[in-house]
Ligand binder design. Structure first.
Ligand code: PMP
Length: 359
């Protein structure tokens, strides 16, 4: 069997470790940047009604035109730009990689950065080049420009704010990168709702810029909807690789309905930002804890023996993300998603308890 596997499955896939998603059963789940709040009852009732009425025996509308129209209005997408939808933005990353993966093509990112950029590049047969960030997680522009000139990437992905560090990069550095690269730059604004910045207005200025968003962090992670915004010429090519029915009928209908109440999602995002400030302030008062700035719905922090602390938190049924060992810049770093007020309080109380208890 193993010989057969090795002769059939590509070596880069055999070498790849699968993206690990730990079980969160019975845990306080602060590991995956989800929005902790539910929707108001009245809206949940409207959603149940949609489920009753939907023609689930039919394929969904492959163009999702009504959904795109409301997304355009809600997210202020410029009229001259096209929209492509994905089953989450992960799928959009894959479509872009498939479209650009000629032999030897390079997909570039920054390290530490979002793990899926590297994983998708690898399984699409591209070479991934991750350019190290500076120690404060800002872009090392000189290193980036040198890497661009050396590797001539087909595509560069930059998360703005970045995951797992949580910071926004200097927009001028991003502009220099867009101007210097021979290929396209995708600015991934997955966490835009928690930051006060966007590259949406830059789309008209740069012919090689694409912008990606997702509704996952805003409270709709389970519905799986990501979007890519860019010039119609680019998106017409990428659309050829999008599977025709990638966004299901329930996702289309439910998102359309929820976006009619977008203010609710924005209020929840504002509450998360307020909780983020409290969480950062509490972490900063803990002895030996270094808290990094965040423009996202999560907070990165460093402390001694991070892996042991992570495990002890798990024993207390609190699940966050251990980044220790994943990159030299992330030594002893943990990442916690901003949860609801009681979850954050319990997390801080438990962490303080672990830190203060004698070994
Ligand atoms: N981009 C970034 C930077 C992310 O952190 C994530 C989720 N962790 C995604 C994209 C993917 O989000 P989704 O597939 O849920 O839209």
């Amino acid at each position: 069997m193993s010989n057969l596997l090795e002769s059939i499955i590509r070596p880069e896939i055999l070498a790849l470790s699968a993206y690990h998603i730990p079980s969160a059963e019975g845990m306080i789940k602060l590991d995956a940047m989800e929005n902790p709040y539910t929707l108001p009852l009245i809206l949940r009732e409207e959603i149940s009604q949609l489920a009753e009425e939907a023609h689930i025996n039919r394929y969904p509308d492959p163009s999702a035109a009504p959904l795109k129209a409301i997304l355009r209005d809600t997210l202020a997408i410029p009229s001259e730009m096209a929209i492509m939808l994905g089953n989450g933005s992960d799928e959009i990353i894959q479509v872009i990689a498939l479209a650009t993966a000629r032999p030897g093509a390079v997909l570039m990112g920054v390290d530490p950065g979002f793990a899926m950029f590297r994983i998708i590049a690898t399984f699409c047969g591209m070479n991934y080049v991750g350019v190290p960030l500076a120690a404060d997680f800002s872009i090392d522009l000189e290193a980036m420009l040198a890497a661009i000139s050396q590797h001539q990437p087909a595509v560069i992905f930059l998360a703005y704010p970045n995951n797992p560090s949580g910071n926004l990069f200097d927009p001028q550095a991003i502009c220099r990168i867009i101007e210097a690269t021979p290929g396209i730059v995708v600015v991934d604004e997955a966490y835009q709702a928690f930051a006060d910045a966007t590259f949406m207005d830059m789309l008209t200025q740069y012919p090689n810029l694409l912008l990606m968003r997702t509704l996952s962090k805003l409270g709709l992670a389970g519905l799986r909807l990501g979007l890519l915004v860019g010039r119609p010429e680019w998106l017409a090519q990428l659309e050829k690789l999008r599977l025709p029915y990638n966004v299901g009928i329930m996702t289309q209908l439910v998102v359309e309905r929820i976006l009619q109440h977008y203010d609710i999602l924005l209020e929840q995002a504002a509450a998360i930002k307020a909780e983020r400030a409290i969480l950062r302030a509490r972490l900063a008062t803990m002895k030996g804890v270094e808290v990094f700035p965040s423009d996202a719905n999560f907070v990165l922090f460093r402390l001694n023996e991070a892996s042991r602390i992570f495990q002890e938190l798990q024993q207390h049924r609190i699940l966050i993300k251990n980044l220790d060992g994943s990159h030299p810049l992330l030594k002893n770093c943990l990442r916690v998603t901003v949860g609801a007020s009681d979850e954050n309080t319990l997390f801080c109380k438990t962490l303080r308890h672990i830190l203060e208890k004698p070994l």
